[in-house]
Design a protein. Structure first.
Length: 87
C-alpha cells in the first residue's frame, strides 16, 4: 500500500516538473523567434545601412542573445552594431 502511494506521488512530481520545463522552454522559443524576426526585418530592409553600419549576421551568439533577451536582446545587438561592435 505504501509503495503504491509513493509511486503515485513520484509520478505527480515528475509530471509537474515536465510541465514546468515545457513552459520555460516555450518562453525561450518565443523569445528566440521574436528576436530573430526583429533582426531579420532590420536586415531585410537594410535599416542599419542608412546609419553606415553593416547587417547583423545570424550566428550562434546572436541566437543565444535573442533566446534569452527576445526583442530587447535584438535591440541591444542593433545598438552594438551601430556602435561598431559585432557579436
Amino acid at each position: 500500500m505504501v509503495s503504491e502511494i509513493l509511486v503515485i506521488v513520484l509520478a505527480i512530481t515528475v509530471a509537474v516538473a515536465i510541465i514546468y520545463l515545457f513552459r520555460r522552454l516555450a518562453i525561450l522559443v518565443l523569445n528566440a523567434i521574436t528576436g530573430l524576426v526583429t533582426l531579420f526585418v532590420v536586415n531585410q530592409f537594410q535599416l542599419l545601412a542608412s546609419f553606415g553600419a553593416a547587417n547583423i549576421g545570424i550566428t550562434p551568439a546572436t541566437v543565444i542573445v535573442c533566446t534569452f533577451g527576445g526583442i530587447p536582446g535584438a535591440i541591444v545587438l542593433i545598438l552594438l552594431a551601430l556602435a561598431g561592435q559585432t557579436v
